[in-house]
Every structure is written in structure tokens, then in C-alpha cells.
Design a protein. Structure first.
Length: 325
């Protein structure tokens, strides 16, 4: 081997509104591609302490060779054994061409690869298993409050003795959790009281759901990990919080920004995270912005406002966004 390959945990949560590509449309090298298809023809190769799992992904347009790479340990072996052939998956990864930079004479499967490209898998989600009481979890994400209330009330006892007028919000996680926020500030997780003094629930791609307290503390309800602990910031009380389905941007009283979520194909300039007077949202561009010295800057450099002063929403809500003060 010419390079040492270290195993990175394959995440199982992929944003549900991500763009889905077709295999026959993959031309050249491209990163962060998401496919929906089935696996065929799994072959496992081992070199020293590294495992290569070669599969074929098939969708409605064609097929492509693909590979998982991981350490040859029990965790990765268990992950591989859990992959089911001919079932539906959402698959994320990068397309690599078999050029001189990729080819390695020590790789035992290079002759098995179809064509001149391979899909290097970085994330995987089993679509067939993500159902709650027989309903696709993705459909539940779009339920309005009344429909979500009826669904939970018909299938669980989580709302026993609680009328719909007492419920402020209901969210579902990709792990089949049910999060209920009552108007009195109580949060119920799968029917059990978890928190109080909460004014909003933030849904981030189904894998992480947060409670926003009355004093603007961001508390992870599901999806607790090092990243969600960082945005919690030791129960820090934020000045302002912007919530979208993919990102939380929180402004501190020290005039800096803390961020949690998915930033795809965006550029982060750390200068725009410090000495910030305010944060807001430009609806026509679907763009989170910062305001510094009276000027507006796109937080992720998606738009240039140097020659214009856009209409910035600094408080309130839209269909897909909440600004909490």
C-alpha cells in the first residue's frame, strides 16, 4: 500500500431533502454525491489491518462499482455484516476516477471495477427500516401538528390525557423517537418528561433535535454527541438563535457565532464568526447573514452583498426558519 487508510465512522444520518443523483449522470470526479439504490455482488478483501468491501450499486439508471474502507476490527465487520443485499439504501460518497493517482498495484480488486470510476462510500442509510408504525419516517417529518397529534395518539399512549390544544409542536427523529413540546414548556421524549421551560424545538435533518429553553439554552434532546455538546456550550445562554432544517447558527453576547449542522459546498471564513453585531436571514437567497458595522455578509460566502443592502429578516419566522431571541 502506498498510503495508510484510517477508518472513519460511517454516519447513518443523511439529510432527507438532499439532492438525489442518478448513476448514469455521474461524469468525472465529484464529491458529496447522494444516490438511492440497492447493493449487489459484495466481495471483501483484507490487506494487513484494513478491509475493503467492494459492491455494485444499482439504481433506476444503471450501476457503478463502489467501495467501503475500514479497519479490520469487530466494529467494522459488524457494520459490513449488517448490509443487506437488494434492499433500498440512501448512499453518500465521492466519485473517483481510476487514474494514476488512484491505482495501486497492491489493491486486489482493481480488475473487478467496472469502467474507469468507483464510488467511495462515506455514509449509508437503510431506507427500508426507517418506518414508525408502518409509516415512512420521511413522510412524518412533513406532518402538520394536527396530523402528527392524531398519528401519535392513535399509535401510542404518549398523549394520554393531553389535548391537541395543549401541544405546541411534535417532531420525529430518524431513530423513531417522538418529541412533544407542550405549551407549558414541558418536553416529552417518547412519552416521558425530559425538560421544562422550553419555548421551541429545533429539528436538524432528523438526526439531531434540540430544545431551546426560555433563556436561549440549546439542549440536545436526541442525537447527543460531542458536536451537540459543543453547541450547548455548557448550557450557555445565547443572544439570538437562527434555526433551519439543516443548520443552527447561534450568536453569543461576546459577539461570536457558534454553528451546528450540515454546510454543503459552502466556504467558512472564521472572520465572519467574530465581532458580529447581529445575525439574520435573506429569504430571497435562502441565506444566513451576519451584520457587522452596518454591512451585511453571507455567513457561508454564498452571496456577495458588497454592492447592495438586501432585505434582512432579523426576527420572526418563515416556513422553514425560526429566529429566536
Amino acid at each position: 500500500m502506498t498510503k495508510k487508510i484510517n477508518f472513519r465512522k460511517i454516519e447513518t444520518t443523511i439529510p432527507e431533502n438532499v439532492f438525489i443523483s442518478h448513476i448514469d449522470g455521474l461524469i468525472g470526479k465529484v464529491k458529496n454525491v447522494t444516490l438511492e439504490g440497492k447493493f449487489h455482488d459484495m466481495k471483501v478483501y483484507e490487506i494487513e489491518d484494513t478491509m475493503f468491501v467492494l459492491v455494485k450499486i444499482v439504481d433506476c439508471s444503471g450501476d457503478i462499482s463502489a467501495v467501503f474502507v475500514g479497519n479490520r476490527n469487530d466494529d467494522f465487520k459488524s457494520f459490513v455484516e449488517g448490509i443487506v443485499m437488494n434492499t433500498d439504501y440512501r448512499i453518500r460518497g465521492n466519485v473517483s476516477l481510476l487514474d494514476d493517482d488512484f491505482l495501486d498495484e497492491a489493491l486486489p480488486f482493481q480488475d473487478e471495477i467496472k469502467g474507469n470510476k468507483i464510488f467511495c462510500i462515506t455514509a449509508l442509510q437503510d431506507l427500508s427500516s426507517i418506518r414508525l408504525f408502518g409509516v415512512d419516517i420521511v413522510k412524518l417529518y412533513d406532518y402538520n401538528l394536527n396530523k402528527a397529534y392524531d398519528f401519535v395518539n392513535d399509535n401510542t399512549d404518549y398523549l394520554k390525557g393531553i389535548s391537541v390544544i395543549e401541544v405546541k409542536d411534535i417532531e420525529f427523529s430518524c431513530n423513531k423517537d417522538v418529541i412533544i413540546l407542550l405549551h407549558n414548556g414541558i418536553v416529552l421524549l417518547n412519552g416521558k418528561e425530559m425538560l421544562e421551560n422550553v419555548k421551541a424545538v429545533a429539528f436538524i435533518n432528523g438526526g439531531a433535535i434540540f430544545a431551546i429553553t426560555n433563556n436561549n439554552v440549546i439542549i440536545p434532546v436526541v442525537g447527543v454527541c460531542n458536536s451537540t455538546k459543543c453547541i450547548n456550550n455548557n448550557n450557555y445562554k445565547y443572544k439570538k438563535i437562527i434555526i433551519t432544517p439543516l443548520v443552527i447558527a447561534a450568536l453569543t453576547f461576546e459577539k461570536d457565532i457558534r454553528l451546528f449542522g450540515m454546510v454543503c459546498e459552502g466556504f467558512i471564513d472564521y472572520h465572519r464568526f467574530f465581532d458580529v453585531d447581529d445575525i439574520g436571514y435573506v429569504e430571497e437567497n435562502d441565506d444566513i447573514v451576519v451584520i457587522k458595522d452596518g454591512k451585511v455578509y453571507s455567513l457561508f460566502h454564498e452571496n456577495d452583498y458588497s454592492n447592495e443592502l438586501p432585505d434582512v429578516l432579523v426576527k420572526g419566522s418563515t416556513d422553514t426558519l425560526d429566529i429566536i431571541e
